[in-house]
Design a protein around this ligand. Structure first.
Ligand SMILES: Nc1ncnc2c1ncn2[C@@H]1O[C@H](COP(=O)(O)OP(=O)(O)O)[C@@H](O)[C@H]1O
Ligand SMILES: [Mg+2]
Length: 603
């Protein structure tokens, strides 16, 4: 499943999005609602100020008594108005703070919950997912999108409420001042908002493309980081720079294309609004002249109208931003619907022990449809047998052994342990019976001890010592300042390839499983340590069912049987002696080409 291909098709399905995010808002519902409610009075202060202007002009400046529904106010209100304004500003300040706090709290909580679930999803995904998706796209999809989505939804809703109620309050003041003028004002506003609705779709498609470009940029950083040495060795700096610049340009073009389409919105809204204001001034003057409206009412009205511009504009912007938020939400919730192809079957069973062995029954496999990598492999490996796998590079040796812990599933045929299809065994149980040493082994950040213990966190100090000894790590660890407790750099970079491989071997040894897979496990070692580690591996291989992909003749000769895989086909199978007997045999040919010299050296 390529993440690039899931491009927020759901961004317009609002009810679907809301129903998905609801699960995350629900636990914080009370505070979420509270933060929204608090946003209401925050937005309404402008209305209060505009409203206060009417009695200020009519009753203070023009010295008429204040009359509310026939009740005549007996005292002078002049001193109270400035006092009231300060009080309101103070109150608004407190509410703003509460609101900011609550909004941040709720949005962070939601983001956290979404990210936790997403990370869980990521961990569950199968090998093929990681083959298919670049780190940059994955990072954007699993890290930045949830930020945009869940922080955005709360913050934008808050903005929508603050501005919406701010505008509403001002409209009320306008209605109170003069309903005739207010009708004109509201009609003008509705016209002014129209452009926002027209460009929604464009914004969505652009913000989706922005995500892909952003992901590509991140990939660029990752490659420059991880491939730094290759970059320097082959003088690829200019190449990296060109790719990066091209992607930056893409991002620039996208932003500009969006601005081109969105940038005219604000001026147009402003223009429409100015028509409204011009009309109101002309019409309002005539209303005052014929006595329908007081001076204070017009002042109050015009002030409201002018103040209205800010919340309406933010309202428009927020609506635009919300489109981006919806796109991000669409992308995030699509991730939750990803299903790893490799997972437990409903009727999956536990694997208690390995009694008979591993059997490939007419197994075929392809990574990409139409390009078969393994073709009709039949191979029965008995319990405690060591089988060496040799063959041409790219022939499918690694692929073959990767099928056993189900990094991939067979396309046809069946892979069985003790006669049970591996697809019918619980993944965790299956993998707990298999130890793998790869050619290129990943070590996690932390100490060497921690990395070895990953194989078996419950191992005793005694067992740890033993595997360190067996993996020929002792001397190396003694040379380190903190010994086994030395921190290794991220990606295990401070260790040499051979040292890393030995730590990985120790990690596999301490796991102590009935099935062992060694995929060129000693390839990074020098001859001397390889010999010693090989002895350690011989220990590891005792009384185990072992698949060993090796290039050392001694390892191959010591195996019970040798399987020769050429271009995905099992062409020869047997002991060293048997295979050497085959006239024009491929193993014999390989031996002549590669191993004879080794044999001579070792003999
Ligand atoms: N993750 C993958 N996606 C697509 N093709 C792959 C993948 N891994 C390996 N291949 C291809 O499958 C073939 C067998 O590879 P592999 O099993 O690694 O060979 P070997 O270990 O014998 O050198 C090669 O042609 C290789 O290019
Ligand atoms: Mg390989």
């Amino acid at each position: 499943m390529k993440l690039k291909d899931t491009q927020a098709q759901n961004a317009f399905r609002y009810s679907w999005l809301v129903s998905r995010i609801y699960k995350y808002i629900k636990p914080f519902m009370f505070r979420a609602i509270l933060s929204v409610l608090v946003a209401i009075p925050v937005g309404m202060l402008d209305g209060v100020v505009a409203l206060a202007l009417r009695p200020y002009i009519d009753n203070v400046v023009n010295k008429n008594p204040l009359v509310i529904h026939g009740w005549v106010c007996p005292f002078d209100i002049a001193p109270f108005i400035p006092f009231g304004i300060v009080m309101f500003a103070g109150l608004q300040g407190v509410l703003k703070y509460v609101n900011a706090y609550l909004t941040a709290w709720v949005s962070q909580k939601i983001t956290m919950a979404v990210k936790k679930d997403l990370f869980k999803k990521l961990v569950e995904m199968d090998t093929r997912f990681f083959d298919d998706n670049s780190s940059g796209i994955t990072l954007t999809r699993f890290v930045s999108d949830p930020d945009t989505a869940s922080k955005g939804i709360v913050e934008k809703l808050k903005d929508l409420f603050t501005n919406g109620f701010g505008a509403l309050a001002l409209v009320c003041v306008m209605l109170y001042s003069s309903w005739r003028l207010a009708v004109v004002g509201v009609v003008v506003l509705c016209v002014a908002i129209l452009p926002v609705l027209l460009i929604r779709k464009k914004i969505k498609s652009v913000s989706n493309e922005t995500m892909v470009v952003g992901g590509n940029l991140t990939t660029n950083f990752n490659e420059t980081y991880q491939g730094n040495k290759v970059m320097c060795a082959y003088g690829l700096q200019q190449r990296q720079i060109s790719i990066f610049n091209a992607r930056l340009q893409d991002s620039f073009d996208l932003t500009m294309s969006l601005t081109k389409r969105v940038g005219w919105m604000s001026p147009i809204m402003y223009l429409i609004a100015s028509f409204g204001i011009a009309f109101v001034l002309w019409y309002g003057t005539s209303l005052i002249l014929n006595g329908t409206m007081t001076m204070g009412a017009l002042t109050s009205f015009v002030t409201s109208l002018l103040l209205l511009y800010k919340p309406i504009k933010s309202f428009g912007n927020t609506l635009t931003d919300l489109q981006t938020v919806f796109v991000a939400m669409g992308r995030v919730f699509e991730l939750f619907d990803l299903q790893p192809e490799i997972k437990d079957a409903d009727d999956a069973i536990e694997l208690d022990e390995v009694k008979d062995g591993v059997c490939f029954n007419d197994v075929s496999f392809e990574y990409v449809q139409g390009h078969s990598v393994l073709k009709h492999i039949n191979l029965n490996v008995r319990k405690n047998e060591t089988i060496a796998i040799v063959g041409n590079s790219g022939g499918g040796k690694t692929t073959l052994v990767n099928l056993i812990p189900r990094f991939y599933d067979v396309n046809s045929g069946m892979l069985m342990i003790d006669g049970t299809d591996v697809r019918k065994i619980k993944l965790e149980s299956l993998r707990s019976h298999i130890a793998v040493v790869f050619q290129d082994n990943f070590l996690f950040s932390g100490t060497i001890r921690e990395n070895i213990l990953l194989g078996n966190p419950k191992a005793t100090e005694e067992e740890l010592k033993q595997v360190v000894e067996l993996a020929h790590l002792g001397e190396f660890l003694d040379s380190l300042p903190d010994g086994i407790d030395t921190q290794i750099g991220e990606r295990g970079t401070s260790l040499s390839g051979g040292q890393r491989q030995r730590v990985a071997i120790a990690r596999a040894m301490i796991k102590n499983t009935p099935i062992v897979i060694l995929d060129e496990a000693t390839s990074a070692l020098d001859n001397q340590s390889e010999e010693i580690v090989q002895k350690a591996l011989d220990n590891l291989m005792q009384n185990k069912t072992v698949f060993v992909i090796a290039h050392r003749l001694s390892t191959i000769k010591n195996a019970n049987r040798i399987a020769l895989i050429n271009d995905g086909e099992l062409v020869e199978l047997g002991t060293h002696e048997e295979l050497m007997q085959i006239e024009n045999g491929q193993y014999r040919h390989l031996y002549e080409m590669q191993f004879r010299k080794q044999d001579a050296v070792e003999a």
